[in-house]
Design a protein around this ligand. Structure first.
Ligand SMILES: [Zn+2]
Length: 262
């Protein structure tokens, strides 16, 4: 599922491929991903405009196409972007395709169709209405401490709560907690300043490193949990079998030896 690092990678991809070209049309192959707008309206509103710039907040990507005209993309479970040359076939699971004057196309591919596309007037207003917390990479330590330190509940559930901090999902939450050696079910209220400092630093490190590697899991360091996560996976630190448990409504993978529940 695309989390902050994946969405940031799509943002950079879109910025390098699709900005400043005249949009000549929008082909909606499956309107299921559209929110509050029909395929025809989406095409009509965007036609003749250009994508000018983009910004990301948490797992949402906003692309400016004019005054009070922003395309919002959320990648759901399986969403991705693909910029296509005129001779390249559009993926079978492409749901919406933006057509440009230079005959190139930008496809929003989404096999499972949990993604979302809509037009919004103002990204900040949208974020406010959704009640989203600040972006995980745009907060400083004192903000982080105020958020996590002032809430009760399993630390993993807090990291996943988009209303508190936006951007972290199931996989990176597990990675962050593994690297700080904190059990995912530990009550955040029991973490001291030292724990919170490490948690904050590691959160930044994991997200930034994943972005730097363009979230290519084959290039992630072998010391990361992400490359071992799953059945029959072994802890890259101590070699014991990883275990799973449902925490915060999601399946967590961790090492019971390295991440003790004190
Ligand atoms: Zn271990």
């Amino acid at each position: 599922m695309p989390e902050l690092p994946e969405v940031e990678t799509y943002k950079r991809y879109l910025d390098t491929t699709s900005l400043r070209q005249k949009i000549t049309g929008v082909e909606v192959r499956d309107a299921y991903v559209l929110q509050n707008i029909s395929g025809r309206q989406l095409a009509r509103r965007l036609k003749g405009h250009r994508f000018e710039s983009s910004c990301r907040h948490g797992k949402h990507l906003f692309v400016r196409a004019g005054d009070e005209l922003w395309l919002r993309l959320h990648f759901g479970m399986t969403g991705s972007l693909e910029y296509l040359n005129h001779d390249k076939l559009v993926p079978k699971t492409a749901r919406v395709i933006f057509l440009f004057a230079n005959n190139r196309r930008l496809a929003f591919d989404d096999q499972r169709k949990f993604g979302e596309i809509e037009l919004v007037k103002n990204p900040d207003k949208f974020l406010q209405q959704r009640g989203l917390g600040p972006d995980a990479l745009k907060i400083n330590f004192s903000q982080f401490k105020a958020i996590i330190g002032n809430h009760q509940g399993a630390v993993k559930a807090l990291l996943l709560n988009q209303q508190l901090i936006a951007g972290i999902g199931n996989l990176y939450a597990d990675e962050i907690l593994f690297r700080v050696r904190i059990h995912p079910a530990i009550d955040a209220a029991g973490l001291d300043d030292k724990d919170l400092t490490r948690l904050f630093r590691v959160m930044r490190y994991v997200l930034e490193k994943a972005i730097a590697l363009k979230t290519d899991f084959n290039r992630l360091p072998k010391s990361w949990l992400l490359t071992h996560r799953g059945k029959r996976g072994k802890c890259p630190r101590c070699g014991r079998a990883l275990i799973s448990a449902t925490i915060g409504g999601r399946t967590s993978w961790f090492c019971a030896n390295c991440q003790k529940r004190i």
